[in-house]
Design a protein around this ligand. Structure first.
Ligand SMILES: Nc1nc2c(ncn2[C@@H]2O[C@H](COP(=O)(O)OP(=O)(O)OP(=O)(O)O)[C@@H](O)[C@H]2O)c(=O)[nH]1
Ligand SMILES: [Mg+2]
Length: 308
């Protein structure tokens, strides 16, 4: 409880300790998680998603800068679904946002999925509640788009920012629709390079935007912007759209719908984690021995363990 109080007062060391406990499911994690959940629910959670190398981390650094200029407190979660492969790139990510690391208004943490029971998604929820308790107004969650994870970010974030580049024009056409459908705001980053206008047109065409004549006006038409995280071009406009989406979520009821979806997903992962953990703890060598001897089978044993 002392730890929770310290996090509420904005103590970064306490937040860091709490994150480790909650994410790794250490002793007392459940007691803490309950308190953090109660104190959370007010920040805008922005998922920064898109293919590898498009500039998500650089853009995240820019967004931190803008939010800090407005005196907002920012939490950053860098989610690495495959830390075993991209350890090096990940270090680069941290460096790109590192200029903010000594700022008391910014809290940065990376999450890797290796060895986590219940997977990364559950850990992200736990981390988000700690950051909200810490007083973060905006939480930026960077994920590398490998298809699967992109879909997951849509059940964690309030606003999904989908990042591409001018050189991706043709690939966009070939991309699975599902990977992009999750975007609430689209950014063609690296607009300092050639081809941004064509990229924007291609993206709009792929999204089926701008052809709504005769159709009912959608409550939120995803904007497609150009930006350069490198030189800062288009960043104020991007922040305006992010704020606009946040207002839209609150005014339309869509925000509440998404929050319920997030809670349903978190609950699903909580159950999954607990059930798997407690069932697996009761698998003895005797059981495995009986399976080798074909005295029993996974379905029979599994059922028995679940009942218990
Ligand atoms: N020209 C140009 N280069 C950029 C821009 N933004 C980022 N870059 C460069 O693109 C490279 C990748 O940038 P990152 O920010 O690491 O991209 P990322 O999407 O986070 O990469 P992963 O996390 O590895 O998927 C770096 O060399 C950046 O300097 C931009 O606006 N213009
Ligand atoms: Mg990155």
């Amino acid at each position: 409880m002392e730890l929770v109080k310290r996090v509420r007062r904005g103590d970064h060391a306490a937040a860091s300790r709490s994150l480790s406990i909650v994410v790794n499911d250490e002793k007392d994690s459940e007691i803490l998680a309950k308190e953090f959940f109660k104190a959370s629910g007010s920040a805008q959670k922005v998922g920064v998603s898109g293919p590898p190398g498009v500039g998500k981390s650089t853009l995240t650094g820019r967004l931190i800068g803008r939010y800090r200029a407005d005196k907002l407190k920012v939490g950053v979660l860098m989610v690495d679904p495959s830390s075993s492969i991209s350890g090096g790139a990940f270090l680069g990510d941290r460096l790109r946002v590192m200029e903010h690391a000594t700022d008391k208004g910014v809290f940065i943490r990376s999450l890797a999925s290796r060895g986590m029971i219940g997977g990364l998604t559950y850990a992200i929820f736990g981390a988000i509640h700690v950051l909200e308790t810490l007083g973060c107004d905006k939480i930026l969650i960077e994920t590398v788009g490998t298809g699967q994870d992109e879909v997951e970010i849509a059940s964690v974030a309030d606003t999904v920012l989908y990042v591409t580049t001018p050189s991706m024009g043709d690939e966009i056409q070939a991309m699975k629709a599902g990977a992009m459908e999750i975007g609430d705001i689209f950014v063609v980053n690296k607009a300092d390079l050639a081809g941004k206008d064509k990229a924007i047109a291609d993206l709009k065409a792929a999204l089926g935007l701008g052809h709504s004549a005769g159709q009912a006006v959608k409550a939120w038409e995803p904007p497609v912007l150009a930006a350069s995280a490198k030189n800062g071009e288009g960043i104020p406009e991007l922040v305006r759209e992010l704020d606009g989406h946040w207002k839209h979520l609150k005014a339309s009821g869509e925000g509440r719908r998404r929050l319920k979806l997030q809670h349903a997903t978190e609950l699903q992962f909580w159950i999954q984690r607990r059930v798997i953990k407690s069932a697996l703890e009761r698998v003895t060598d005797k059981i495995l021995e009986d399976m080798v001897l074909r005295k029993t089978d996974p379905a029979s044993i599994g059922r028995k363990l679940l009942k218990a």
